[in-house]
Write a protein that binds this ligand. Structure first.
Ligand code: ADP
Length: 454
């Protein structure tokens, strides 16, 4: 799960917990206060009824009832049970009938407030004492209004809780997206940086927050990486340069030796071997030099508009010179109608070297069997497909063919150094393109080069 979603969820859970606790607290508080007030109202009525019962005089009794009727009124399902002193029988039968706990009766005896709530009904018990007389009044009533109020409050709290959850999650998501915006920008920028454009840096805004710190730290790391790459690159370039002069001298001397008339055959053979091997070494150092130059950045190269179909034609020309027996065929049937889809921005020399490597490999590894080249366009890319009917590349090894000096296990019969494809890959990447390879042993190989057109 993405961190931004996790933050939104944690935020929602936390807030939900707080809202839920508040709602429960509010509900309990409201319920306590409503039931206390109802108990109080019931106690007042119970007190009046008790005092009325204590008076033997009928007119006084009716005064109490008048007051109750006029000023207080009846509560829903209001009932009063009066137990006179020593009326144990009634006390026993009421005890059996009413669902009241022993603590309720104990409180009445101790003359403390006796209150109990059962099945929506509130019960109060009073012990009224007057000189010479003592009665117990147990009253009950149903707080219909209070129950309805509590039900309303409960529904309101549940609906409020659900709505606030939706709001909290939406806001949480929105804020986490906002918070992670700069991080996503950094990820996008970092993804665009590779060995080919190590000179690029992340944008550091003026704020002194952690994001600016992160960008700065990353830029510092890129500085160090760039220096390391440059040192390595210069080393390979310098070493290749240093090799070039002695190699030229060796091959020159070998040629000179070969031109001397009358030298013995075995000496001539030695000169030939020296000449051949020094030529190979020269080719290898040249390839390494190119690899080092393209592997780093495109700053040294000259860029221009290039038509891919023309470039491929000139590659075919090169192949004809190097391997006259080649069977390279270019298929122009799928060329895009819009010519602009064939034009790319790039360096002609480098691209020619890249495509020549692929095409010459196809001829080499198929022993000059037919090689088909198709040029077409797809989305924003012009595609060049080079298909041969050669030895193919073993499945496990396809991923490594762009690693410098790697050669597949089925190439013993063929000469090579494993530098051509890494160089080609660097050149294509330098042009913001990519290469896809599909191959089957003993069936053939297809290289598809994608290059973005302008
Ligand atoms: P090499 O000088 O060995 O040809 P490359 O860098 O050009 O070096 O190619 C790397 C490896 O990729 C080769 O050694 C070979 O195993 C494999 N390869 C490249 N092109 C082909 C192809 N068309 N058919 C089969 N194998 C290929």
């Amino acid at each position: 799960m993405k961190i931004q979603n996790r933050i939104a969820l944690i935020f929602t859970f936390l807030t939900a917990g707080i809202i839920l606790s508040l709602s429960v607290f509010l509900y309990i508080f409201a319920s306590e206060s409503i039931s206390n007030s109802f108990f109080h109202r019931l106690e007042v009525r119970s007190d009046i009824v008790g005092h009325a019962a204590l008076h033997k005089n009928k007119s006084q009794t009716s005064i109490y009832y008048d007051i109750k009727e006029k000023h207080l009124g009846d509560l829903p399902d209001e009932q009063h049970r009066i137990i006179f002193h020593n009326d144990f029988k009634k006390a026993d039968s009421l005890k059996k009938k009413l669902p009241l706990p022993q603590t309720f009766y104990d409180a009445i005896v101790r003359k403390q407030p006796a209150r109990f709530f059962h099945n929506d009904t509130s019960y109060v018990g009073l012990n009224i004492i007057q000189p010479g007389e003592n009665i117990i009044v147990i009253s009950s009533a149903v707080d219909l209004y209070g129950l309805a109020e509590m039900e309303n409050l409960k529904n309101l709290l549940i609906v409020g809780f659900c709505i606030s959850l939706v709001f909290v999650f939406t806001f949480g998501k929105f804020f986490s997206i906002q918070i992670f915006q700069p991080i996503r920008r950094i990820i996008r920028n970092v993804k665009g940086i590779s060995a080919h454009n190590l000179n690029q840096r992340l944008m550091v805004d003026s704020s002194k927050d952690e994001i600016a710190d992160l960008s700065k730290t990353f830029n510092d790391m890129l500085d160090r990486l760039e220096i390391t790459f440059e040192i390595q690159n210069n080393f390979v370039s310098n070493a290749s340069h240093e090799f070039k002069t002695p190699l030229t001298i060796i091959s020159g001397e070998a040629q000179l030796g070969l031109s001397v008339p009358g030298i013995p055959d075995n000496v001539r053979d030695s000169f030939r071997t020296i000449f051949r091997e020094s030529e190979k070494m020269e080719h290898l150092t040249n390839s390494m030099l190119s690899l080092a130059q393209t592997g780093f950045d495109g700053k040294k190269e000259q860029w221009e508009e290039i038509r891919i179909d023309e470039l491929i034609l000139s590659v075919k020309g090169t192949a004809d010179q190097i391997i006259p027996a080649n069977k390279v065929e270019i298929n122009f049937d799928q060329l895009p109608e819009d010519e602009r889809k064939l034009v790319i921005i790039g360096n002609e020399t480098l691209l020619k070297a890249a495509f020549s490597n692929i095409v010459l490999n196809s001829c080499k590894y198929s022993d000059n069997a037919p090689v088909h080249i198709v040029i077409r366009s797809e989305d924003n890319y012009v595609l060049v497909e080079i298909t041969d009917e050669g030895i193919g590349i073993p499945d496990r090894e396809i991923a490594q063919i762009f690693v410098p000096f790697f050669r597949a296990s089925n190439t013993e019969k063929y000469k090579g150094y494993g530098i051509g494809l890494p160089l080609t890959n660097n050149i294509i990447k330098l042009h913001q393109g990519s290469i896809v390879v599909k191959s089957e042993v003993e069936i053939g190989t297809r290289f598809t080069v994608f290059l973005p057109f302008i």
